[in-house]
Design a protein around this ligand. Structure first.
Ligand code: UGA
Length: 448
């Protein structure tokens, strides 16, 4: 069966490649001709582990194609999937549907013969119904089926999340759409993956409710970490114990500098505004948003405390720019927020990230971009860890000590164990635990 996927961002490109791997004949469409030319030469527009190899394989085997021309592929495909971006409109805080409507403008003439149009982009509640009306307005003769099919993949783990998914959610009132989607997801149905067929509105709500719950869980563990710091508690052991309760689960219980990225912050905000609009405010989610927005400021306070209130003239090594590990995505990254705050307080910053350097250099002037983590630490007064890359977890702590001027580590992702840091005699600040060896720090100058 032929499938067209419109949009070659994370969702579009990963879904397209994975559907091709499952045996479908997939054409990925993007209006950006430059991007398409690069994809034809196997150059990906972003970093995603294992995607390049899988994409190459499916192109070689003739199941995956790229084009900027919608017409041919839309006319010959039975299923057309929209996976374009729906970013935040910063003026209103709402999700922008500009790209979706622009796709529909081009697509409407080809919606004939009961083709199935599937919406994978994350869209506000009620969008599917609005889209249906919009298409009929553009093309009165249109004959198509429509379904919402939200995606739950994470950046950095996208292939695994797509191929080994927890559930499939399909929102439609059309029987034909239901049966075509059952063909599309045939392999997963055979494997017994839970398959939820529901109304379009419920499918749209499920996507938001999932991301909101993840944001809530991260904020919950972040608040627990704050409480541990005041109570002589240990967040690592607390999270482990919580996670062992199968009703709670261990996922998303790692404290950090707050959730970022292109999805959670935007989706929680959209959900919160929508809920107020329909007069059912989600006060819990409102609190999560407030708390998460203040998280970088709280991280700054920890860093300031570690430097005894004086950041001016201090040289600080920063490891981690992206919003989490295994991605080159800087969108809404708490690291950038914290870096800007440190810079404005007069610190000299030597930064390193395994994948985020190129984009960061364009938006963060005035920093030193090091070639490797150790170079970032050279003669620094302390080290701040902002992203949980494996490369950082594997650092040789003896070398870290040699490179730093002062053995001070502020680990805002808890990548090191307390025992490890104690035995190496670092002054070690982490989340959800009192600092280690605070007293062994050399005396510092008074605040300027
Ligand atoms: C998120 C969801 O996890 C996906 O299921 C969803 O499909 C996707 O949004 C989307 O809507 O497209 P993603 O944005 O890739 O995926 O990021 P997450 O892995 O969810 O992480 C979000 C943030 O929470 C990151 O800043 C991460 O560092 C933080 N986080 C996560 C923590 O601070 N602690 C944790 O324990 C887990």
């Amino acid at each position: 069966m032929k499938i067209t996927i419109i949009g070659t961002g994370y969702v579009g490109l990963v879904s397209g490649t994975c559907f091709a791997e499952l045996g479908f004949d997939v054409t990925c469409v993007d209006k950006d001709e430059n991007k398409i030319q690069k994809l034809k030469k196997s150059t990906l527009p972003f970093f995603e582990p294992n995607l390049s190899e899988l994409l190459d394989k499916n192109v070689r085997e003739g199941r995956l194609h790229f084009t900027s021309l919608l017409k041919n592929t839309a006319e010959t495909s039975k299923i057309i999937i929209i996976a374009v971006g729906t970013p935040c409109d910063f003026e209103t805080g709402r999700t922008s549907l500009k790209d979706i409507y622009s796709v529909l403008d081009s697509l409407a003439p080809y919606l004939r013969n009961n083709k199935l149009l599937v919406l994978k982009s994350t869209v506000p509640i009620g969008t599917l119904k609005k889209i249906e009306q919009y298409i009929y307005m553009l093309n009165k003769q249109a004959k198509f089926e429509l379904a919402s099919n939200p995606e739950f993949l994470r950046e950095g783990n996208a292939i695994q999340d797509f191929m080994k998914l927890d559930r499939i959610v399909v929102g439609t009132e059309s029987l034909k759409a239901k049966s075509l989607l059952r063909i599309l997801y045939h392999n997963f149905l055979l494997e017994g993956i839970p398959y939820i067929e529901t109304t379009p509105e419920t499918a749209e709500l499920i996507k938001y409710a999932s991301n909101a719950f993840l944001g809530l869980k991260v904020s919950y563990i972040n608040q627990m970490a704050d409480l541990c710091e005041k109570s002589n508690g240990n967040i690592r052991e607390l999270a482990q114990a919580l996670g062992l309760d199968h009703r709670i689960g261990r996922g998303f219980l790692d404290p950090g500098p707050g959730f970022g990225g292109s999805c959670l912050p935007k989706d929680l905000l959209e959900l919160s505004i929508y809920a107020k609009e329909v007069e059912k405010p989600l006060t819990l989610i409102d609190e999560v948003l407030k708390f998460n927005n203040l998280r970088p400021q709280k991280m700054l306070k920890i860093i300031q405390t570690a430097f005894e209130g004086n950041l001016k003239g201090k040289t600080i090594a920063i490891l981690g720019l992206t919003f989490k590990a295994n991605t080159d995505d800087l969108r809404d990254s708490p690291s950038l927020n914290i870096i800007n705050k440190l810079y404005n307080l007069g610190a000299t910053l030597q930064v390193y990230d395994p994948k985020g350097m190129e984009s960061a250099q364009k938006i963060l002037p005035g920093l030193y971009f090091a070639k490797n983590p150790y170079e970032a630490m050279k003669n620094a007064d302390g080290l701040v860890i902002l992203t949980e890359w494996e490369e950082f977890k594997d650092l040789d702590l003896e070398r870290v000590k040699q490179f730093l001027k002062t053995p001070l580590v502020i680990d805002l992702r808890n990548i090191f164990s307390l025992d490890q840091m104690k035995s190496k005699e670092f002054t070690y600040y982490s989340l959800g635990h009192r600092p280690l060896n605070e007293k062994t720090k050399p005396k510092r100058q008074a605040a300027a």
